[in-house]
Design a protein around this ligand. Structure first.
Ligand code: 5GP
Length: 115
């Protein structure tokens, strides 16, 4: 198993505010939230970046998205809306090298893409 900060959260070696978990996915609040709701959805298999995803692992991304949508429905903001983001490598702003999907919500987020 990898040894990023997210692996350590999965192994309960460091604390996190875990909001969802199943056999494939764990989700916890971001330590430095960029929106009123900022939750990270992380697969339990080792995948460092989107670049490392294998065709046989395609379902991993679907599971992250489904878990995020279920969380949005459960928390009552699915209809208002939210944003899902996956950063990849340096220019994408990735800082933790275990695949994860950001869920951002709780306010109008506006457009993005400008460095
Ligand atoms: P990235 O920049 O790789 O797409 O996203 C990594 C995210 O992990 C950042 O938004 C950062 O705030 C968050 N993060 C980094 N360290 C920790 C931690 O120890 N606990 C939690 N809950 N989030 C963290």
């Amino acid at each position: 198993m990898g040894d990023t900060i997210f692996h350590r959260i999965m192994r309960r070696e460091i604390p996190a505010d875990i909001v969802y978990e199943d056999e494939d996915v764990i989700a916890f609040r971001d330590i430095a939230p960029q929106a009123p709701v900022h939750v990270l959805f992380v697969p339990k298999v080792d995948v460092a970046t989107v670049n490392d995803l294998q065709p046989a692992q395609a379902a991993i991304v679907g599971r992250l998205a489904l878990a995020a949508a279920a969380y949005a429905k459960r928390e009552g903001f699915a209809e208002r809306g939210y944003r899902l983001v996956v950063n990849c490598n340096g220019d994408g702003g990735q800082t933790v090298y275990q695949l994860h999907m950001h869920l951002l919500a709780g306010a109008p987020l506006g457009h993005f893409g400008t460095p």
